[in-house]
Each structure stands twice: as C-alpha cells, then as structure tokens.
Design a protein around this ligand. Structure first.
Ligand code: ASP
Length: 340
C-alpha cells in the first residue's frame, strides 16, 4: 500500500470510529510548552510526538497540535504565561468548533501558569493542563495516561464553564485550588482546601463539584515586577527593602499566622508602600485567611485572603497589569477567598 492509500485508510478508520457513536469526534487542540512530559528541558518530544504516543486516541478526539515553547517550567515568567493565554484565546476565536485546549507543561510552575490563565481567559470552552512527574524514557512514565485523561476532559461538554483545569494522576483540579505538594510523587498535585473537582476513571470523566471561587480579570498585559517574600523569625525585612529598591510595583509578603509582622518588617512594608508598591499579606501557614487590623488597613496593606503566596503573586501581577486600583485588588482577593 502506498503512503497516500495508507493515509486514506487511516482517515476512514477515524470516520468509522466517530460514526459508530453517531457523533463526530470532538476537536481538541494540544499546545506543547515543554517540561518532563516532553522529555525534560529542551526535550526531544514536540506536541505532535506526544499525540502520536497515545494509543486509543482516535476514538477519543481529533487532536491538532502546536508547540508554543519547549522549556523547563522553572523558566516560565508572567509575560510568557500571558502570551500563552493570548494564543489560546486566538485559537478559540479561529476555531468555533473546537471543544477545548490541552496544554502540556512542566510541573514546577504549572499551578502559576494555570491560575494566570484562569484569571485572564473568559469562561466557556475548557483549557486543561497535563504534565508528568516521570519522563517518557521511564517505562512507567505517567505522561501518556495524564495526557490522554486531559484530552478526555477537554473533549467533554461537561467541562465547560469550569475555568482552567489541571489533570494528573486520575484527578481533575481547579486552577485556583491546585498546588504541587511533592517533588517526585505521582500524587504530587492536590487541592488541599477543596479536594479535586473530579476524576478520570478508566476513561470516564467524573465531575464531583464545580469550582465556586473564580474571578475573571480581563487584562491587556501583566505587571511582572511583583515579588514574593516569606517572613522567618527575625528575617524578611531586608528582602522587602531590596525588592522595593529594585522597583517592585507589587509585593506579596507571607506573614505570620493571621497577619502578624514584627516592627522591622512593618517599617520595610511602609517604605515599600510609600515608594508606590501595592503590598499584600498572605499567611505563611499554608492555609487560612489573613485578617488585617484596622491599623494595618489604614497603612494601605491589603489582605490576600487565603490565597497562597504563589497564587497571590499571580493575581497581583494580573491585577496591576489590568490597571486595577488597590481597592479593586483588595476586593478581588476577597472574592477569591469565597466572599461576595
Ligand atoms: N523540570 C520540570 C519542569 O519543567 C519538572 C516537570 O515537568 O515535572 O517543570
């Protein structure tokens, strides 16, 4: 059989598979950005290779591919994350029949990219992140299963209006809730406050709940000069001063407990606010809200609610890029904590 005839036979099989269910196969667009799922930094596998390595895909979705970048995700940054969001918006605009988009990404900064996209992209058709803890050269790599699961989620009508989703280890997580909690384990991704919103069980997409804490923040750009500083016993003030002196427009400080910071930190924070930075306190405990005293609020400090430092920094990056006022930014944090 020559190449042309073989190609014809392959498309006949696809048409047959889609007609067996009486429905055309859903269209999913796969965008590669690199990471362990593609073989590590500068990895050998592009998005087309990843698609080719998925047995059974032809009965799940019709998948087109593109490579956005191929980097380890420790090299991600807000401008690139925003460009990825713009690219996804353009793909949806060009292809009204597309069911959803899957993004393959390194696990290291995945929760930040997913959350930035969740904020800036309008709700509607799903954007689903897939990643792997074990590279493709391992026989027991988790990449192919995670990617096929993500494609199933992106292809499903039921995934609409849930915001950006993250699919690993058979679980579906909301972008606002998910965190990488382990450097190597397959169960590294978790949503500690809410649990996963669903699962993919032997190919069946199961939805348990819908994400309640979401916010759409349309933006035409991001403000990358936003730093995150974690307080320690006796430490943190000099990092805050250094960030302000380096020109930070925003500063997220992981403070003690419910919102406590010792005098040297308070002085550094006041200096940063006077220099024009928006300062947000979140708790370094890992869970629970920061509730500020009247005096702290009068000094211009904002509460990040119960967002963690990584997510609070992303929100501040987007909100400043969108030209939001401090009052509007405070309200956005409150909304994402579940109020209003
Ligand atoms: N270094 C990888 C990254 O790009 C780790 C991974 O993908 O799991 O984040």
């Amino acid at each position: 059989m020559n190449r042309f005839v073989r190609a014809g036979a392959a498309s006949l099989i696809v048409v047959f598979a889609s007609q067996a269910s009486g429905q055309p196969l859903p269209e999913v667009h796969l965008i590669g950005t690199g990471g362990t799922i593609s073989g590590g930094a500068g990895g050998p596998l592009n998005a087309g290779d990843l698609r080719a390595a998925l047995p059974g895909l032809d009965s799940v979705a019709s998948v087109t591919t593109e490579d956005f970048v191929r980097i380890g995700s420790s090299r991600m940054h807000p401008e690139l994350q925003f460009q990825l969001a713009e690219r996804i918006a353009a793909v949806f605009a060009e292809r009204p029949g597309l069911a959803g988009v899957v993004v393959t990404h390194g696990t290291d900064s995945l929760e930040e990219t997913a959350f930035l996209l969740d904020l800036v992209l309008p709700s509607g058709r799903p954007v689903v992140f897939a990643a792997a803890q074990r590279p493709p050269r391992y026989e027991d790599s988790d990449g192919p299963r995670n990617l096929l699961d993500a494609i199933r989620v992106a292809a499903s009508e039921r995934s609409r209006d849930l915001g950006v989703l993250v699919v690993l280890n058979g679980q579906i997580h909301a972008a606002r809730e998910v965190k990488k909690t382990h450097s190597i384990a397959l169960h590294a991704f978790a949503s500690p406050d809410t649990g996963p919103i669903g699962a993919v069980d032997e190919g069946t997409v199961l939805l348990f709940t819908t994400p309640a804490r979401r916010l759409h923040l349309p933006a035409t750009g991001v403000e990358p000069a936003v730093e995150l500083v974690r307080l320690t016993a006796g430490g943190g003030a000099s990092s805050i001063r250094a960030a302000a002196q380096a020109g930070a427009r925003g500063l997220v400080v992981e403070v003690f407990g419910r919102g406590n910071a010792p005098p040297p930190v308070a002085e550094a924070v006041d200096a940063a606010i006077q220099a024009g930075a928006v300062v947000v306190f979140v708790t370094r405990t890992g869970a629970g809200r920061v509730v500020l005293s009247d005096a702290q609020q009068e000094r211009g400090i904002l509460s990040g609610g119960d967002l963690d430092g990584l997510k609070a920094r992303i929100l501040l990056t987007v909100a400043l890029g969108a030209g939001r006022t401090a009052g509007e930014i405070g309200a956005a944090f409150s909304r994402l904590s579940g109020a209003g």
